[in-house]
Design a binder for this molecule. Structure first.
Ligand code: UDP
Length: 244
């Protein structure tokens, strides 16, 4: 059960960090930030900071694990031990293993894996600082890293968490709002297709609240999608200028 003993919405309707209920945290996106990977991206959403790196498509080792008709997508979501208030144990926790799986499934639904049979594509998501919404920021970053690696995709994935705080539906929960709010619902979409590729819910929402949360989530996702596309455009127009 969620602890709702903390005030999260002020008298004037704004949140602890001054945001409106339908407002994202400040978002910045950079692509091509890591030299050694085939594709990479950095996403900062408020104080949540995430790197994603992609390697491949490359030969599968050992070879017998290769699939004859498509690539294998490996995905690792990992939090650095210094990313959270209480130092996280080294190695992968059950939570990280579960999140790696749901993130992989979300990415599998947009990547054309059948174009690269007998290969693997490795996606690494490293949470450098965690303040809520790390799986969604991780997905937003990972799809950009895949795009930079030149992996064909039907669409990018853009993601955000919505939730309920003091009885009200709110966009992009911070850690505090996640902890003391009543519900947390991460959503990821392939926005151009209007297709949901991940949806989880921790807590309870009525049918009406769920509808409202989904609508608000979609609005946030469209804002994030726009910023992803701006970041890609920036990156490739800079590269084109350098080639001239
Ligand atoms: N968190 C933490 N320690 C952990 C896992 C999570 O302090 O071992 C915090 C962190 O700030 C994270 C937040 O709790 O962003 C919410 O975690 P949740 O499992 O809901 O995933 P997220 O919202 O980050 O996708």
């Amino acid at each position: 059960m969620k602890d709702s003993s903390m005030r999260l919405v002020k008298e004037d309707g704004t949140r602890i960090d001054g945001r409106r209920l339908d407002e994202l945290r400040p978002l910045s996106i950079e692509i091509g930030v890591l030299e050694k990977s085939d594709g990479s991206a950095y996403v900062q959403l408020g104080r949540t900071k995430v790197f994603a790196a992609v390697f491949g498509p490359k030969e599968v080792h050992p070879k017998h694990l290769a699939l004859p008709d498509r690539a294998i997508l490996n995905c690792r979501y990992h939090m650095t031990s210094f990313s959270v208030d209480e130092r996280k144990p080294l190695g992968m926790t059950r939570r990280e293993i579960e999140l790696s799986k749901v993130i992989r499934e979300a990415l599998e639904s947009v990547v054309f894996l059948e174009e690269f049979p007998r290969t693997s594509i490795d996606v690494f998501i490293e949470i450098i600082e965690a303040d809520g919404g790390t799986r969604t920021a991780g997905l937003t970053a990972a799809s950009l890293a895949l795009a930079e690696a030149g992996i064909p995709m039907v669409d990018l994935v853009a993601a955000v968490a919505v939730g309920k705080i003091e009885g009200q539906i709110a966009l992009d929960l911070s850690d505090l709002e996640d902890k003391y709010g009543e519900a947390d619902m991460p959503i990821a979409m392939a926005p151009r297709l209007n297709s949901i590729v991940l949806l989880q819910l921790n807590g309870r929402l009525t049918r009406e609240e769920f509808k409202k949360a989904l609508e608000l989530g979609k609005k946030g996702i469209m804002e994030i999608y726009q910023k992803q596309r701006d970041a890609l455009r920036r990156k490739y127009s800079e590269e084109a200028l350098m080639e001239v």
